[in-house]
Design a protein around this ligand. Structure first.
Ligand code: DGJ
Length: 733
């Protein structure tokens, strides 16, 4: 079946998924106009909404002759060039060899191909010929010979459309790309809000919803990583859209570096969104014959609010982006020694934690920072990827064997993109870091960024890490990145190519991670960037999970995990039970509450298990048994945010429902106990209204309709931060 069609008569392209539709049209003078994105409207071509009018101060291209109603300034365009009379934010910008910068994009041809396109050296959604189709629309700037391929991947069953752009310099001169956005989307007169996810280190992805005002609103990262401060994911929605109702559009950029999202509401209340690589410090030279591909944007549309939008994205990422075999198979429950020991450990301390882990029913021990080089603090050692035998006497193979012999898997932390000035590597290769000739560096955590754009640097780092991994049975890697990128200058590139360094850095990162996953296909791989500084769809292509935040406080995690769930599946959220008082906030919460919050993700522990009381041990054993029973819901179920922690300061509740609607898990935290308490009701979602469900805890039976419409009361609790858990099973007649 064709999900992509081109009507030769009307020149309308239609991209259809089960519930959504996208249309564009080759208009007058071969301009490519955007017609529609929204609910699937069947056979109708939405060509009737554009009304040509003579607009003051809106210029007309020469070919329009005396027709003053044709202006790029107001027409909805699929991808706008530059300097052609459109004064809104544009899709691309470049400089020609003669110093001019106009790009006049006109439609040339199209191609429809079975299966999903891929991108050279970059992550992208994948799809077989049964799952996806590709549309490649070629635009060209006739004078310069530049070809611009607009790539669309259509996943009909997933209700997903992806976009990317491929630039091809077919001319005779050099062009320098200064802006190359992955997506541009125009909406006609519509009152919309936008939602983005901002934050800071240890408090990432806090949801903010704002009305679109006239002018440009934007958010971005210029830090070389997608960042703690902003996330490359945005939602546009109608003013009335809620979790359960209304139109909304999600845009997830599959990219892990600098990005920018701009949304402009123009003089006629039209809205244009663009998103892609940040133009900051970006100038990519294309010699004749060269090709440049942008990262991909994943677009999802829901008319049933944000809950459904998240479900669409979660499913798409789990089935068509994350490649790991662990995406739907049980992941080892791990203990990570970071908050248990920090840098202060020896092999005996580690073994004591491992013994306790085994006794409690965990599956894996992860050795975090501090195992290599001269790494007794975060001031030294990065780059020296060989085992510190003063700390791990007997070496890594012996330690790993002892841990394996206990019946536990072993995992290891690395930070491959960094170098400490106090390291053997720096002493040997001081020119391997980013440093602008003659200038002082910006240090952060006392470390510098390695120039991984250089192949010999990547080879050296990856070979040293592979050597360690091959020496012992390492079954998990945590890849960390503990500073933003600065001093951006590569010794290996000529001056006119320094504007390529940021993007080349991201390509280099992808190359390194690709080498890792190709060499160890069974590895469980977790990305991390001081917690959630690179929690993006690009990283999910390589690792099925990402350490969500360095903040392990269960109460703060409620907000972090809530925001994260809008754009990313909870099975990707690295989430651990840590000690109390919590190391980041000093807050004390019940162990059971920490367990409930951590179980809304990939579950693990981050505390000294060897120092637990018997009572805590009993509770942890039970937590692990429970998680193993529920894990399939975390990995494949539909997730529902029942309560918004930014609006409700009293309790936070979420729900996971199996795809067949037979199993339901409701969990949450009651934040404050009350004297003379009010009764709070929770209304479930996503159930089969006519089916009957039995609550495991009480044996009580309800119809799905009752649970969704009448709700269930939260228990009355004594004490703050109390956990709440209940399970329902459909009773099949
Ligand atoms: C930041 C990470 O997020 C932590 O979990 C830990 O691995 C430290 N880095 C180690 O330096």
């Amino acid at each position: 079946m064709n999900y992509i069609t081109f009507n030769e008569k009307t020149k309308v392209f239609t991209l259809a998924t089960q519930k959504s539709m996208y249309q564009m049209q080759v208009g007058a003078h071969n301009t490519l106009l955007h017609l529609y994105y929204g609910a699937n409207v069947g056979d109708t071509e939405i060509t009737y909404r554009i009304i040509p009018l003579d607009r003051g101060y809106s210029g007309n291209p020469e070919e329009a002759g005396k027709d003053r109603t044709f202006s790029m300034d107001v027409l909805p365009q699929e991808y706008s060039g530059y300097g052609n009379g459109d004064y809104r934010i544009n899709g691309m910008e470049l400089q020609h060899e003669d110093g001019s910068d106009t790009v006049d994009l006109r439609y040339e041809s199209y191609d429809i191909v079975p299966g999903k396109y891929s991108l050279q050296g970059m992550p992208a959604m994948f799809g077989s010929e049964e799952e996806a189709q590709t549309l490649d629309v070629t635009l060209s700037d006739r004078l310069s010979g530049l070809k611009v391929h607009l790539l669309y991947g259509v996943f009909p069953e997933k209700d997903i459309i992806t976009r990317a752009v491929r630039f091809e310099n077919r001319g005779t001169g050099v062009v320098t790309l200064k802006r190359a956005m992955s997506v541009q989307l125009d909406y006609l007169n519509r009152h919309m809000d936008f939602m983005h996810f901002f934050g800071r280190h240890t408090m990432e992805r806090l949801m903010e919803r704002l009305p679109l005002h006239h002018g440009i609103q934007s958010f971005e990262s210029k830090r070389g990583n997608s960042s703690h401060q902003h996330n490359p994911f945005v939602i546009l929605c109608d003013r009335s859209t809620s979790e359960v109702l209304g139109d909304c559009f999600g845009f997830g950029l599959i990219y892990s570096g600098n990005f920018r999202c701009e949304i402009e509401r123009d003089q006629y209340n039209q809205t244009r969104l663009v998103m892609g690589i940040h133009p900051y410090h970006f100038a990519f030279r294309l010699e004749p014959g060269d090709v440049f591909e942008t990262p991909e944007v994943v677009m999802a549309y829901s008319r049933k609010g944000f809950g459904k939008l998240s479900n669409i994205l979660h499913d798409a990422y789990r089935t068509n982006l994350i490649r790991s075999k662990y995406v739907t198979s049980p992941r080892p429950i791990l203990v990570n020694n970071w908050e248990a020991t920090y840098f202060d450990f020896n092999e005996q301390k580690l073994l004591d934690i491992a013994v306790a882990a085994k006794d409690l029913g965990l599956d894996m021990f992860v050795l975090d920072d501090g195992w290599f080089g001269k790494r007794d603090s975060d001031n030294s050692g990065l780059g020296d990827w060989y085992v510190n035998t003063d700390k791990i006497r007997g070496g890594l193979p012996k330690l790993v064997k002892q841990i394996n012999d206990m019946g536990l898997k072993f995992g290891l932390w690395v930070e491959p993109e960094m170098i400490s000035e106090d390291s053997d590597l720096y002493r040997e290769h001081p020119d391997w870091c980013f440093r602008i000739p003659g200038r002082g560096v910006v240090r952060s955590r006392n470390q510098l960024n390695l120039d991984i754009t250089r192949k010999e640097v990547r080879d050296h780092i990856m070979d040293s890490i592979f050597k360690v991994m091959d020496s012992a049975n390492v079954e998990y890697i945590k890849w960390d990145m503990n500073r933003s990128v600065a001093n951006v200058y590569s010794n290996a590139l000529p001056p006119e190519r320094q504007g390529e360094v940021f993007h080349r850095y991201v390509l280099a990162l992808y190359d390194m991670q690709e080498r890792l996953v190709q060499r160890y296909p069974d590895l469980l791989f977790e990305n991390c960037c001081g917690g959630g500084g690179r929690f993006d769809a690009g990283m999910l292509y390589y690792s099925p999970q990402i350490w969500c935040s360095d903040n392990t406080d269960a109460i703060e995690r409620l907000m972090i995990q809530y925001g994260t769930s809008f754009g990313y599946p909870i099975s990707a959220v690295g989430s651990h039970v840590s000690a109390c008082p919590n190391h980041q906030t000093g807050r004390t919460t019940p162990l059971a509450t920490r367990g409930v919050v951590a179980s809304a993700g990939t579950f693990g522990f981050e505390l000294n298990l060897a120092e637990l009381t018997e009572r805590d041990k009993t509770m942890i054993r039970q937590m692990i048994r429970d998680y193993k029973k529920e894990e399939h819901l975390v990995q494949t179920g539909d997730y529902f945010r029942l309560v918004d922690p930014f609006r409700n300061q009293e309790y936070v509740v979420w729900e996971i429902v199996s795809k067949d609607q037979a199993e339901v898990l409701v969990k949450g935290v009651i934040l404050r106990s009350e004297c003379n308490p009010r009764i709070h009701l929770i209304y479930l979602r996503g159930l089969d209204a006519r089916a009957k469900y039995r609550e495991q805890e009480t044996g009580r039976v309800y119809t799905g309709a009752a649970l969704m419409n009448a709700g269930i009361p939260l228990p009355v609790v004594s004490g703050d931060y109390q956990p709440f858990v209940c399970h329902f099973n459909r009773i099949d007649d």
